[in-house]
Ligand binder design. Sequence first.
Ligand code: A3P
Length: 294
Amino acid sequence: MSAQRVKDIRNMEFDETDIVIASYPKSGTTWMAELVSALNYNGNVEELSNLRQDERVPWLELDSEYWWIKIFYQWKRLFGDGRDILPKDNRCHAPGTKYRLCFTHLPLELLPKSVLNGKCKLIYVARNPKDNAVSFYHFHTMARFLGLQNLDWNEFFALYLTGSIYCGSWFEHVLGYWKFANSPAQKDRVMFCKYEDMKEDLPQQISRIASFINVELTDEKKENVLNHCLFDTMKNNKMANRDTVWLFDQKISKFMRKGQVGDWRNYFTFAQSEAFDEVAKEKLEGSGLDFRYE
Ligand code: A3P
């Protein structure tokens, strides 16, 4: 991302009509985005059936000035459905909805000043770092824009543990938001969620998030949101599974890959797991932040 883009983002204006979803990549961002978007449509999930998620919840960092993005949009206008997929200011305010939504992988300190100090809602989603690492590894094999498609797991593991990758250290990213979310001044407008909690009890998390963003739903609508956000539903939902995003080579690895807690056991060697635990213990010690790994 260019320095100018970072500056532009820092100065963007956000207010109480915005919800920003933040995460370290591969933590369940797309899942959270679909859930919040479905709530934003008051549980009328049928209205989402023709709207791509990246239109409803754009990526804040995406820079419409990049030449490849311009070419892509041009191509889409001419040969696709003709719609511009990047709404102004990288935020979408769909008719009839309460909030403008977007997502970001920026570290806390690079968020727009008006998000850090203003009135918009901020939802952070975090995932245990072992599963996160495995998911991020697969993402590297299929993400054309990262240029690291040939890395093997052992190479990736070393980079992940030292934070020498796209978006830097998982620990610093997550801890920054964790401390922010727990500071007394932010309690009402910043919510910290965990992927494992969503896996364990999605209905409860839906209620929690709905109440955080002041959306009231009937039981029937809640059920709609729940079914809409199940892994198998999302995996088969072309509007949410990133199938149409050319930046990803989903013949190599699916964006909606496994959606499980504990997949790390299929990748980490015993020695890697021990080394990881040691680093995690040191970094997270005293923070009050912990995760389920199974
Ligand atoms: P896996 O690679 O472990 O399958 P992000 O959206 O932040 O990039 O995160 C992607 C991860 O979230 C992927 O993990 C993906 O399968 C998982 N995911 C997406 N939707 C999900 C859902 N409805 N339920 C569970 N996991 C989901």
